[in-house]
Design a protein around this ligand. Sequence first.
Ligand SMILES: *[C@@H]1O[C@H](CO)[C@@H](O)[C@H](O)[C@H]1NC(C)=O
Ligand SMILES: *[C@@H]1O[C@H](CO)[C@@H](O)[C@H](O)[C@H]1NC(C)=O
Length: 276
Amino acid sequence: MTRLPTSVGVLKVFFLPKLRNDNKVSFGYSVLKGKRAGMEDFFYADFKDIQGKAGTVGLFGIFDGHGGPHAADFVRENLFDSLLSNAQFPSDVSLALGEAFVETDKRYLQAETGANRDDGCTAVTAVLLDHTVVVAHVGDSRAVLSRGGKAIALSEDHKPNRSDERSRIEAAGGVVVWAGTWRVGGVLAVSRAFGDRLLKRYVVATPDVREEKLTSQDETLILASDGLWDVLSNDEAVNLIKDIPDAEKAAKKLTDEAYGRGSNDNISCIVLRFRF
Ligand SMILES: *[C@@H]1O[C@H](CO)[C@@H](O)[C@H](O)[C@H]1NC(C)=O
Ligand SMILES: *[C@@H]1O[C@H](CO)[C@@H](O)[C@H](O)[C@H]1NC(C)=O
C-alpha cells in the first residue's frame, strides 16, 4: 500500500489507480488531508486470493487516527492478517472479524507498553466474499450502501451520547461529558476505538458487525471517515455519485464535495461499485 507523504500546510488529493477490477466489483479511493494533517488517516483496499479457503476475498478499511499515527498504522498493518489467520475464517466471517478487532487492539496495546503515547483510531471495514459483505466498525467512520438508489447505513456511529453507549460507559465507571461535543471522560468524541489506552475501560474495540447479502439492486458501498459524514448525509453521498460509474472518480467527487462544504477534518473515502 502507498503511504501518504507528510505535507504540512498543503492540501493533497491521493487518487490512486484501481488495483483490480474483476468485472463484478471495482473500487477507488480518495484521501484528503486537512491543513494540519500528519499521517493519521489510513486505508486498506485489496483483493486477496485465499488458497484452498475462500477463493477471492475483498478487504477494505478506513482507519482514522487521533492523538498520533501509531494506532492507525498498526491496525492497518495487522487487522486483516489477524482476520485471515483466525480459525473461524472463512466459515464464520462475522465472528472472525469481531475477534480480529479485539485481538489487534490487545496486540497494539501490548506492543506499545512503555511507550508514553495514547494514540487511538476508529475503523470501518468491509469484507467481501461472493455476494456477501460483512461490515464491522468501531467509532464514527461509517459504511453506507446504495440499494435501488436508497442509502442504507450498514454501521451506526459509536458516539458517547448514544444511549446504549452511555449506559455501557457509565456501568464501567466512566462519564460522558459535554465539551464542545459529547466526550468520554470529557476527552474523546467516540465511544469505541482501537488504542486510547487511558480510556480503555470505556473505549472498547469490540466492533458491531453486520452481514449483508448483496443483491442486483446494490450499486455502491461507501466507506468514509467522519470528515465526510460531518458535512454530507448518507442520502446526499449516495446521490452525488449515482451517475458516476467510475469508482475512483466517485470517491474523489465525495472528498472534493466534503472539502468544498468546509469539512476541516481529514477525509478518507473508499467507494466500491457493484455490477452483479
Ligand atoms: C448526540 O449529540 C449530538 C450533538 O453533539 C446530537 O446531534 C445527537 O443527536 C445526539 N445523539 C443522541 C443519540 O442523543
Ligand atoms: C487531521 O489530522 C491531523 C493529524 O493527522 C490532526 O492533528 C488533526 O487534528 C486532524 N484534523 C481534524 C480537524 O481533526
